[in-house]
Design a protein around this ligand. Structure first.
Ligand code: PLP
Length: 421
């Protein structure tokens, strides 16, 4: 299937929607998502899992817009949550408890209690203290619960240090020896059912090798457990599959290239094993489906640099500031005659770290021009804030030739109403 963002006569389309034309009636900036691309990403994941006893779960943290949640649920995904808030959103979006898994190093008593009462598919334990607390709550409620222990394999996922999670220096999971001890404790506990094992080694991983190493590590550990009589039926493989943040507008064949080859290699390690495989994916489901549309406010040249100042900022898309992440940027209306300039695309926020791109060669943009920032469907709006009292912007969903608003902007005026004045 073709990538949904493409140019027709120099105008950028999302599926059959002419973005510049649609934007005439909208306030910028806004997020725009393609339903077709989300369905396509779901299909690739389902197909890779089809030879196995496989269930994909969508990580709500990547983007929790209810319209997207419903779409992804209809594609046969469960929900991967990390907070009581995400449990609430997952349930409201119609995910059934048997298709919800819960990870996170700091689940509170209240959150564990809520997950237990809902009887979700698995609570993924990340420390001895958490295991003891869950055991107490389960005994108190006289309710059994399925659990997995999140094991930290000390494998370098070769990604940005802030989103690497499978090293012993990271806060996540427990090392193999501690995990063994926790399984023994859980196996002896009348209220805990240690059915699964969980691992998640990081995010935006582009290379299959760390996954294959991690999978072998898991299999070896499962055999050690079996030798002690502890039988695991489910392996939660985590998520973290990277997307291609290179230019999908100019080189659509390069969009979304990592999922297939990573999953094929990763899952193949479990061939001929009678294990249920769970996958928890966020970015690879929604990342390539979204763009942030923004308008140029000013351009400015200093003795050192050229700046393109746009109306979207780090409060809308923090990934460039936080991880120095690269996002492709394209003009929504391509001027073939425009000279190329090397520019910093920056927002109005009062931080030098507020930029969407640095030293980027782009056709010269002028005031009023629209830009599309690609690869913005995941960890875009879900990491947004009202910093500098700037709104969290509206979101729109395209399906074929239709476009609909799926969330209004959250404005400083609405924030103001929560305070006493
Ligand atoms: N599972 C867990 C435990 C996570 O922490 C994350 C992300 O940080 C994910 C799944 C989803 O990762 P991604 O969006 O990179 O697929």
């Amino acid at each position: 299937m073709n990538y949904p963002y493409h140019y027709k006569n120099g105008r950028l389309f999302c599926e059959e929607v002419d973005i510049a034309e649609a934007a005439e009636n909208m306030e910028t900036p806004f997020y725009l998502y393609s339903s077709r691309e989300i369905r396509h990403s779901c299909q690739i994941i389902r197909e890779a899992g089809s030879p196995y006893h496989f269930k994909p779960f969508y990580a709500l943290k990547a983007n929790y817009n209810p319209a997207l949640l419903k779409l992804i649920r209809e594609e046969g995904f469960g929900a991967d949550i990390v907070s009581g808030g995400e449990l609430y959103f997952a349930r409201r979006a119609g995910f059934v408890p048997e298709e919800i898994v819960f990870a996170g190093v700091g689940k509170t008593e209240q959150e564990l209690r809520a997950a237990l009462k809902e009887e979700i598919a698995s609570i993924n334990i990340e420390s001895e203290a958490e295991l003891l607390l869950l055991s107490r709550i389960a005994a108190n409620l006289k309710q059994k619960t399925a659990i997995a222990i999140r094991i930290n394999p000390d494998i370098d996922a070769q990604t940005h240090e802030y989103i690497s999670t499978g090293l012993h220096s990271n806060k996540f999971g427990v090392d193999a020896e501690s995990a063994m001890q926790l399984y023994r404790m859980a196996a002896a506990d009348p209220w805990l059912e240690p059915e699964g094992i969980h691992m998640h080694i990081g995010s935006q991983i582009e290379n299959g090798q760390p996954y294959v190493d991690a999978a072998r590590f898991l299999l070896n550990f499962i055999e050690r457990l079996a030798a002690e009589g502890i039988r695991i039926s489910t392996v939660d493989l985590g998520g973290g599959i990277g997307i291609n943040y290179e230019d999908p507008f100019e080189k659509p064949e390069k969009a979304r290239t990592f999922t297939q080859h990573i999953l094929n290699d990763y899952l193949a390690v479990f061939k001929n094993r009678s294990l249920k495989l769970f996958l928890e994916v966020g970015r690879s489901v929604v990342g390539s489906a979204g763009v942030l549309i923004s308008r140029v406010i000013y351009t400015k040249t200093t003795p050192a640099k050229h700046f393109t100042i746009v109306d979207a900022a780090m409060n809308n898309l923090i990934r460039p500031s936080l991880y120095r992440a690269h996002h492709p940027i394209a003009a929504v209306r391509k001027e073939t005659t425009a000279p190329v300039v090397t520019t910093d695309v920056v927002g109005p926020v009062c931080e030098t770290g507020d930029f969407l791109a640095r030293e980027r060669a782009l056709p010269a943009l002028k005031e009023g021009d629209l830009i599309a920032v690609g690869g913005a469907g995941a960890y875009g709006q879900s990491l947004a804030s009202l910093y500098n009292l700037r709104p969290m912007v509206a979101e729109y969903l395209v399906d074929g030739s239709s476009i609909r608003k799926i969330s209004p902007a959250l404005t400083p005026e609405e924030l103001a109403d929560r305070f006493e004045w």
